[in-house]
Design a protein around this ligand. Structure first.
Ligand code: 5GP
Ligand code: ZN
Length: 116
C-alpha cells in the first residue's frame, strides 16, 4: 500500500509534520507520542501505510519482524532494561485512533495487568 495523503503518520514519515524521532531505518520509524502515557512513550510504525493489523498480508511478514525487533532496540537505547510495555490497538473498540499500524512502546513506570 502506498502512502495515504490524509494519514497523519504518513505525513510524519514524509517529513510534512514534525515529530521527535527516536529510531529510523529504511523500513520503520519510531517517534515520541504527542500525549505520553508514561515517562517514555514512543510510537513505532512501518513506513508503509497499512491501516490495521487486520490488513497484513504474507508479504508483510518480514516488515513486521523488523518492526518488532526495532521495538527492542528502541527500548534498550532508552534505558528500559527493567521492562517495557508494547501496545497495539486494533480497530476502534480497542482504542485505535490513527489508522496506520503502530505499536506503542511504553516504559519508565509500573504497568498493571490486565490493561485498561
Ligand atoms: P491509537 O489510539 O491509535 O492506538 O494511538 C494513536 C496515538 O497517536 C495516540 O497516543 C496519540 O497521542 C498519538 N498521536 C496522534 N497524533 C499525533 C501526532 O501528530 N504526533 C504524534 N507524535 N503523536 C500523535
Ligand atoms: Zn499512513
Amino acid at each position: 500500500m502506498s502512502a495515504d495523503p490524509h494519514c497523519i503518520f504518513c505525513k510524519i514519515v514524509a517529513g510534512q509534520i514534525p515529530a521527535e524521532k527516536v529510531h529510523e531505518d529504511e523500513h520503520v520509524l519510531a517517534f515520541k507520542d504527542l500525549h505520553p502515557a508514561a515517562p517514555f512513550h514512543a510510537l513505532l510504525i512501518p513506513k508503509e501505510h497499512i491501516p490495521t493489523l487486520n490488513h497484513l498480508e504474507e508479504e508483510h511478514d518480514l516488515l513486521m519482524g523488523r518492526l518488532l525487533r526495532a521495538a527492542g532496540r528502541v527500548a534498550a537505547a532508552h534505558g528500559l532494561g527493567a521492562g517495557y510495555r508494547l501496545v497495539g490497538n486494533c480497530e476502534r473498540a480497542a482504542g485505535q485512533e490513527v489508522f496506520h499500524i503502530h505499536v506503542h512502546i511504553l516504559g519508565g513506570r509500573k504497568f498493571g495487568w490486565p490493561p485498561g
